[in-house]
Write a protein that binds this ligand. Structure first.
Ligand code: SF4
Length: 380
């Protein structure tokens, strides 16, 4: 008689125990990447205080980008590189680039800054977006623990950029927003040393940090990935409206801005949307805003898709020109005539390019040598 209830209690306890084990396993599976600290060592000597956060109820809130991550102790943001330790926010990638290259400026692509010059380019790991077509996913989607970059201070970046003969420093490849503190310190030193600064970004940043940063910048390149909220949400992992807001804020600051749109077949190649995007750029940023339509090549999670047909890029360019934009380029198609810069008035070639090479510059004091029309940009 006494044994039956005991058996039931025992059974319930065993079930609860199994449930607890499953739950804890489940929780550990979905735990954010800070648990990797136990496996891979982050460079504890070079963890630096982050900017743009405040204390929040039992944690901190980062407000560098529109995700405004709330982070309890020990947690990281969506970008994987900003972490709450001791209820303070730290950056895990300060001065730890994983890519350092000297590139032609045309590779960024930036066409209205010192054509034919070289740009010293740096990137750490991390990104706050999740584009399924990312061309640099190996670093943008990596954790600081898994990439060994070594320490490379802002002073060393500037010293080596000058030694390499570069005219500018670019913060590029992954997403410079998430290595903000490193970008800011390096950009200040680079400007003081007479170098230009180029930010190549998806524009997913809040207005206040953006404003602080771009005062040290000469050119900002924004990757406008599409013109459809659903596409942004499902394929990019963000919201279009925040990127548009960044573009409007950049216009207010007056920093020279170029826009690039990578056309992915079947995902963002709707011509009505492209037409709306061009009209928006014309109205909000002005007709002199350089716009690139770049060719997609199968990458990352979209290896099943084909390259963008050249006709699609040409059609998009025609729509942009018809919308009134003066400088519209086709990217990633070496030898295409739309790699050249044409004078909006006399239609002659003012900068002739082939791929990343500049073959001819027909500018004098920033004006077309044939008709004297001023071409926007930084030419000397
Ligand atoms: S920068 Fe990173 S931690 Fe900060 S809000 Fe954006 S994703 Fe979150």
């Amino acid at each position: 008689m006494d044994e039956k209830p005991n058996f039931k209690i025992l059974l319930i306890l065993v079930c609860l125990l199994i449930l607890a084990v499953f739950l804890s396993l489940g929780i550990s599976w979905i735990k954010p990447p800070h648990t990797l600290n136990k496996i891979f060592k982050i460079n504890e000597n070079y963890i630096r205080p982050a900017r743009w956060w405040h204390s929040a109820c039992t944690g901190v809130q980062c407000f560098l980008c529109p995700f405004n991550c709330y982070l309890p102790e020990g947690e990281r943001g969506l970008c994987r590189v900003r972490m709450n330790t001791g209820n303070k926010l730290y950056t895990l990638v300060y001065a730890q680039p994983v890519a350092v290259h000297v590139d032609p400026i045309e590779k960024k692509p930036v066409y209205h800054l010192l054509p034919g010059s070289s740009v010293f380019s740096i990137a750490t790991v991390g990104c706050n977006l999740r584009c399924t077509f990312c061309q640099n996913w190996e670093i943008s989607q990596a954790y600081p623990e898994t990439e060994k970059g070594g320490i490379y201070t802002p002073e060393e970046v500037v010293r080596d950029a000058i030694a390499a003969g570069s005219k500018s420093v670019a913060y590029t490849y992954s997403e410079p927003t998430v290595f903000y503190e490193y970008v800011l310190d390096t950009a200040k030193l680079a400007r003081a040393a007479g170098l230009k600064n180029v930010l190549v970004s998806a524009g997913y940043i809040n207005p206040a940090p953006l404003k602080e940063l771009v005062q040290y910048f000469d050119v900002v390149k924004i990757d406008l990935k599409g013109f459809n909220e659903k596409f942004y949400k499902e394929v990019v992992g963000g919201n279009l409206r925040f990127v548009l807001n960044t573009l409007v804020e950049l216009k207010k600051t007056g920093v020279f801005t170029e826009v690039v749109n990578l056309i992915v077949p079947g995902l963002n190649d709707n011509m009505d949307e492209i037409q709306k995007m061009c009209a928006w750029i014309y109205v909000h940023l002005g007709p002199d805003t350089p716009l690139f339509f770049s060719r997609f090549t199968p990458q990352y999670k979209l290896t099943n898709l084909p390259e963008t047909p050249i006709e699609t890029l040409e059609k998009a360019r025609s729509l942009a020109m018809a919308a009134g934009l003066h400088y519209v380029y086709i990217g990633n198609v070496p030898g295409h005539p739309a790699e050249n810069t044409y004078c909006p008035r006399c239609k002659r070639v003012v900068v002739r390019r082939y791929g990343y090479r500049v073959l001819e510059v027909n500018l004098k004091d920033g004006c077309c040598i044939f008709c004297g029309y001023p071409i926007v940009g930084i030419w000397q």
